[in-house]
Write a protein that binds this ligand. Structure first.
Ligand SMILES: N[C@@H](CCC(=O)N[C@@H](CS)C(=O)NCC(=O)O)C(=O)O
Length: 208
């Protein structure tokens, strides 16, 4: 299997799951927004993560790839049994992060040009997105203020995914300073062995 990922992108959660479970998956780093990148032959949308299976099938979307990887190790504490409430809660957070947080507020914040060709409108889009971002982060902050992890009392694929976004609070500094639990959670995430190994790998390799 081969995971197509980009440094520090939302594919990082899948990379961490691979490290946590020691899965036999080759991680290939690609350059985003580059039509010449090898990624386009795999995912015509040019987006990561993309997981190519041994039979050539390509899976896209974090909400599909993260559970698929975890299910390769039945009974792993990173996920929960089919039919369980915990499994639904883990999937619920992944869906929330992918839609409300990533696509709904972070994308317009980081890439306002996708939403208006008028450069004069970009500051307004970013300001509005920051408000949406804070609103989207609030349920996560509330959860993390009382619990160390998103579901139960252990690290799951939802944390593997969200931990990379949580670093945003530190990147944006003062803008998100009130999210104290998020900042602490991010520091714990970055200290995890799997995260450090994945970060080191992504820092050393040159994307293709
Ligand atoms: N809904 C997708 C979003 C994937 C996505 O937007 N990935 C970004 C990196 S964080 C990307 O590949 N961007 C390049 C582009 O949109 O051209 C998922 O959760 O897998």
């Amino acid at each position: 299997m081969q995971l197509f990922a980009a440094p520090r992108a939302c594919s990082f959660g899948a990379h961490v799951v691979i490290r946590e479970l020691d899965l036999p998956v080759d991680v290939t780093l690609v350059t985003l927004n580059d039509a010449a990148s090898a990624l386009h032959a795999v995912n015509p949308q040019g987006r990561v993560p993309a997981l190519r299976l041994d039979d050539g099938t390509v899976l896209t979307e974090n909400s599909a790839i993260l559970p698929f990887l975890a299910d390769l190790v039945p009974g792993t504490s990173l996920f929960a049994p089919p039919g369980s409430v915990e499994r639904a809660q883990i999937q619920s957070w992944i869906a929330y992060i992918a839609t409300e947080l990533h696509a709904g507020s972070m994308r317009p914040f980081n890439r306002p040009h996708l939403f208006s060709a008028d450069a004069a409108a970009h500051d307004g889009i970013r300001a509005a997105s920051l408000g949406r971002l804070k609103a989207a982060l609030l349920p996560l902050e509330t959860r993390l203020a009382w619990h160390g992890f998103l579901v139960g009392n252990r690290f799951t694929i939802a944390d593997a995914y969200f931990g990379n976004f949580a670093g945003l609070a530190r990147v944006l500094g003062g803008e998100l300073a009130e999210f104290e639990a998020l900042n602490a959670y991010s520091q714990h995430y970055e200290a995890r062995a799997s995260v450090q190994a994945a970060r080191a790998f992504e820092a050393e390799r040159v994307p293709v």
